[in-house]
Every structure is written in structure tokens, then in C-alpha cells.
Ligand binder design. Structure first.
Ligand code: FAD
Ligand code: NAD
Length: 466
């Protein structure tokens, strides 16, 4: 039986990063993955393919809406070739997952293809292509998550679908009904809206992206309405039925009246659930919470002291970069180091256009906690860079402590905010004040100037360009 210092179960951005870090720290490491490609949800059916389709559909949208104004005339009709768009997405996925194979080899990590199940706390059975048993002094569980649904919905994967199927449709829907106005619903909704589908968002809460700062929900809602999305917030879905090629969704609106939506596809995007099927966690003495997550302490150690768990299968935001940070942290803990993650500073991004990004506390959270704060905002439309690229929607908002000026939260919506948020994370990791940012030179003309201007507004209400 092969023996390892560490076995990692699951090869998503949590698991594969944990394995690399363990190997870097000199530990003999194995990784077990039930699918034939490495990379987990993120690389195969999550972050990477969704961004590939967002990018392709963005090019099309620009071509039909903005090229003329830019002075680019394309003779003939500009058409979508969905088959090619999906094929390109798959090439991006294949190249990226292939990169993980390379990284495993480079770091001398043994890869086992099959389902990993605990025999006991130090032995794991692999069932599948590389069937075997291995012994591991420590194990890191990184089994991730799967789409969740509502009890009355039958996901048939043809017309009533999850994100996984929405990434490989063979036709552009005529009318896509999306249950859940969160990250997946809005990102994939924007892909198909751009390609010509009518899209209806049906959201239970009173605003889309309800966990983010309310000002971001409001601005994104405005942009989506302008793009003729049908936005239905405060709607409680009560039935989803397929009749032939039609899907009928019934919901109660705020007034308690029944509303019916008829479409040819229904995307169910109401969140994801932790995944532990086949793991046989009990055999190792690993406990689950009542929400099905693996129970861990602050060091991500489970109820079995030599077994750790990371990523979507434990508490916290279901984000790839959160899973990766946890992977590195656990590897370093096993190696005897004392790493730390500040969960308040894990940024959240929605890759719609305009992009939405945030870090730290929202205004709602500060109000609820009774923290005295000041706020400074700057509109993207006031930037020369925004006008040059015709990306004038959005703003940057900085929330800072009323007395000390320390930045407590940064919320932004606009072009390239997914990248711009990194500046806010760095500033907050170093506990910068709004004045610190306002005194730093930001290259002109860039979208990043909006951050400096919002900092000036927060510090002394003296933005320069509004
Ligand atoms: P996963 O990536 O889910 O990987 C778990 C792996 O474990 C899987 O490969 C699974 O097959 C394997 N596994 C499970 N059980 C076993 C077993 N018993 N034996 C062997 N293998 C097993 N996050 C972002 O930060 N940015 C984004 O832009 C983003 N976009 C997304 C878009 C979509 C459509 C979706 C669905 C998700 C997106 N996410 C995004 C979320 C992100 O994909 C997850 O947070 C991330 O993949 C979690 O990583 P993980 O390593 O915990 O688990
Ligand atoms: P989500 O939690 O972002 O959104 C789910 C939405 O569904 C919420 O707005 C919720 O209020 C709504 N909802 C729940 N029950 C409902 C009901 N009965 N009727 C109508 N609406 C209902 O979840 P998601 O969009 O499915 O994404 C799953 C996970 O994947 C998220 O945790 C997210 O972090 C991750 N993800 C991240 C990214 C990114 O980082 N850009 C992209 C995609 C997915």
C-alpha cells in the first residue's frame, strides 16, 4: 500500500493548490479526483467556462452595438455561431485543466482517478480507474459543492437546467427563465441575453445580488433593465413544470398574486450545496454540520485531528480564491507554520459587464453593527478613460471609519472592477486610511482613478472631477 504524508481528496482550486503547497513544503502528496480531468467545478464547469462565454458574448454585443460608433463598419450581418463559441470555451477549459496535470507532475504529486472514501482516519479506498488503497498521515478534504435546487423542482438537464448544462447549450433559448438573481443567474443570464434570448430573472429577495451592498444591486438592476432583462424581485417560486418543450414557472409576487412565466429553458441558480457523497466521512470520525458542511475549527481541522477540510465543502463564501487560500493555509498548518486568513478581506466579484466587486463591510452591515462611518463615491462616467471606451455605467464607493478614516469597505461597479478591487484588498490588508489612497498617484487615464477620487470624497468630500 502506498504511504503519503498528505492525501488530498478533490482537485478543485482548493484541493490542487493544497497539494502543490504540501509538495512545496516537502511532503509526499497524493491527490484523488473522481473525474478524468483535474480542476474541479471552477476549471471544468464554473469560473473558467463561464468567463469564456462572458468574454465571447461581450465581443458579439460590442460588435452589434458599438462598432459602428467606433467607426468600424462590418459588411454583411454579424451572426452568432453558438457551436463555435461553446467549442472555444471547451478549448479554454481543456488548456487550463491540462495545466493542472502539468503542475501535478512538476511537483511530483501522485494523481489517482477515482472516488476517495475513508476506510478509517488514515486509510482511503479509491474506487474507479485507479482503484487502490492508500495510507495517509494527514488528509485534506476538498470535495467542493454541487448545484442545489428547490424541493419541488425536477432538474431534467434538458429544459430545466443548472449552470453545468447552461454552459453547453446547443441552441440560444428564446426565453430563459432564471430562478435566482445571484451570481450565476446574472452572469449566465447576461451571456444568453447578449446572444438574443429574452431573459426573465425571478428572485426571492427584494433585490438582485442581495448579499452585496444595496447600492451595487440598484446600479446593476438599472443596467440590466436598460438591456431589457425582465426583472422580477420579491417573487417566491412555487412550481416549475415542463410541458413538451415549454417550461412553466409559477411564483407569488409581493402582493401574494400568482404570476406565470412561460419559456423554453429554466435555469435554476438558487445556490450550491456542499458535496460529501461517497466520502464515507463517518468512518474517519469526521462530523458534518446540520447544513451538510464538514465541521471544522478555526484551523480548518475536522473532528478527526489529522483530517482537514477546505473550500466549498466547509463554511464561508463559495469562491475559488477562498478555497485556494484555505488550501495553502492548511498545508502550512500541517507543516507546523502559523498562517492566517482574514475572511473579511476575501473579495467578491460578479463578472457581468459592468463588473461588480467588493471587499470588506457593506453599508447595511456597518449600520447594523452601529459603526460610525463616512462614505465617498465617484461615478465612472466622470472619467476620461470611461468615455474613451464607452463604459460609463457604475461608480466606486469607499466606506471609512468616521473618526480614524480607516477603510472599512470598498464597493464598485464598472468596467474592469474585477481587477480594480485588488487595490482595495491591498489597502485594507495594510489597514490604510481613505486619505492614504487619496494621496497615491494613479495613472491617467485609467479606471483606477475612480478609486483615488472616491477616497478623496470619503476623506474630505473633495473629489476633483465632479
Ligand atoms: P470544487 O471546485 O467543487 O472541486 C471539488 C472536486 O472534488 C471536484 O472535482 C469533485 O469531482 C471532487 N470530488 C468530490 N468528491 C470526491 C471524492 N469522494 N473522491 C474524489 N474526488 C471527489 N468562484 C469564483 O471565485 N469566481 C468565479 O468566477 C466563479 N464562477 C463560477 C461559475 C459557476 C458557473 C460555478 C458553478 C461556480 C463558480 N465559482 C466561482 C465558484 C467556484 O467554482 C467554487 O467556489 C470552487 O470551485 C470551489 O473549489 P473547491 O476546491 O472547494 O471545490
Ligand atoms: P447565489 O447565492 O449567488 O444566488 C442565489 C440566489 O437565489 C440568491 O439571490 C437567492 O436569494 C435566490 N433564491 C434562493 N431561493 C430562491 C427561490 N426559492 N426563488 C427565487 N430565488 C431564490 O448562488 P448561485 O448564483 O447559484 O451561485 C452559487 C455559488 O457559486 C455562489 O455561492 C457563488 O459564490 C459561486 N459563484 C461565484 C461566482 C463568482 O465569484 N463570480 C460566479 C458563479 C458562482
Amino acid at each position: 500500500m502506498s504511504k503519503y504524508d498528505v492525501a488530498v481528496i478533490g482537485s478543485g482550486p482548493g484541493g490542487y493548490v493544497a497539494a502543490i503547497r504540501c509538495a512545496q513544503l516537502g511532503m509526499k502528496t497524493a491527490i484523488i479526483e473522481k473525474y478524468s480531468t483535474l480542476g474541479g467545478t471552477c476549471l471544468n464547469v464554473g469560473c473558467i467556462p463561464s468567463k469564456a462565454l462572458l468574454d465571447s458574448s461581450h465581443h458579439y454585443d460590442d460588435a452589434i452595438k458599438h462598432f459602428k460608433e467606433h467607426g468600424i463598419d462590418i459588411p454583411g450581418e454579424i451572426k452568432v455561431n453558438l457551436k463555435q463559441m461553446i467549442a472555444r470555451k471547451q478549448t479554454v477549459v481543456d488548456t487550463t485543466t491540462g495545466g493542472i496535470d502539468f503542475l501535478m507532475k512538476k511537483n511530483k504529486i501522485d494523481v489517482y482517478e477515482g472516488v476517495g472514501s475513508f476506510i478509517d482516519a488514515t486509510h482511503i479506498k479509491v474506487t474507479g480507474k485507479d482503484a487502490t488503497k492508500i495510507e495517509a498521515t494527514n488528509t485534506i478534504i476538498a470535495t467542493g459543492s454541487k448545484p442545489s435546487s428547490l424541493p419541488f423542482i425536477n432538474i431534467d438537464k434538458e429544459r430545466i437546467i443548472t449552470s453545468t448544462e447552461a454552459l453547453k447549450l446547443k441552441e440560444i433559448p428564446k426565453h430563459m427563465i432564471i430562478i435566482g438573481g445571484g451570481v450565476i443567474g446574472l452572469e449566465l443570464g447576461q451571456v444568453y441575453r447578449r446572444l438574443g434570448a429574452e431573459v426573465s430573472i425571478v428572485e426571492y429577495m427584494d433585490r438582485i445580488i442581495p448579499t452585496m451592498d444595496a447600492s451595487l444591486s440598484k446600479e446593476l438592476n438599472k443596467v440590466f433593465k436598460k438591456a431589457k432583462f425582465k426583472m422580477n424581485v420579491s417573487h417566491k417560486v412555487k412550481s416549475v413544470e415542463r410541458v413538451g418543450d415549454e417550461v412553466i414557472v409559477k411564483a407569488d409576487n409581493k402582493k401574494g398574486e400568482e404570476v406565470e412565466f412561460k419559456g423554453d429553458y429554466c435555469l435554476v441558480s438558487v445556490g450550491r450545496r456542499p458535496y460529501t457523497d461517497g466520502l464515507n466521512a463517518e468512518a474517519a470520525g469526521v462530523k458534518l454540520t446540520d447544513r451538510g458542511q464538514i465541521e471544522t475549527n478555526a484551523h480548518l481541522q475536522t473532528s478527526a485531528s489529522n483530517i482537514y477540510a477546505i473550500g466549498d465543502v466547509v463554511k464561508g463564501a463559495m469562491l475559488a480564491h477562498k478555497a485556494s487560500e484555505e488550501g495553502s493555509m492548511v498545508a502550512e498548518i500541517i507543516a507546523g507554520q502559523k498562517p492566517h486568513i482574514d475572511y473579511n478581506l476575501i473579495p467578491g466579484v460578479v463578472y457581468t459587464w459592468p463588473e461588480v466587486a467588493a471587499v470588506g463591510k457593506t453599508e447595511e452591515q456597518l449600520k447594523e453593527a452601529g459603526v460610525a462611518y463616512k462614505s465617498g463615491s465617484f461615478p465612472m462616467r466622470a472619467l476620461g478613460r470611461s468615455r474613451a471606451s464607452m463604459d460609463i455605467d457604475g461608480f466606486v464607493k469607499i466606506l471609512a471609519d468616521e473618526k480614524t478614516d480607516e477603510i472599512l469597505g470598498v464597493h464598485m461597479i464598472g468596467a474592469r472592477c474585477a481587477d480594480l478591487i485588488a487595490e482595495a484588498v491591498v489597502a485594507m490588508e495594510y489597514r490604510a486610511s481613505a486619505e492614504d489612497i487619496s494621496r497615491m498617484s494613479h495613472a491617467h487615464p485609467t479606471f483606477a482613478e475612480a478609486i483615488k477620487e472616491a477616497a478623496l470624497a470619503a476623506t474630505e468630500d473633495r473629489a476633483l472631477h465632479v
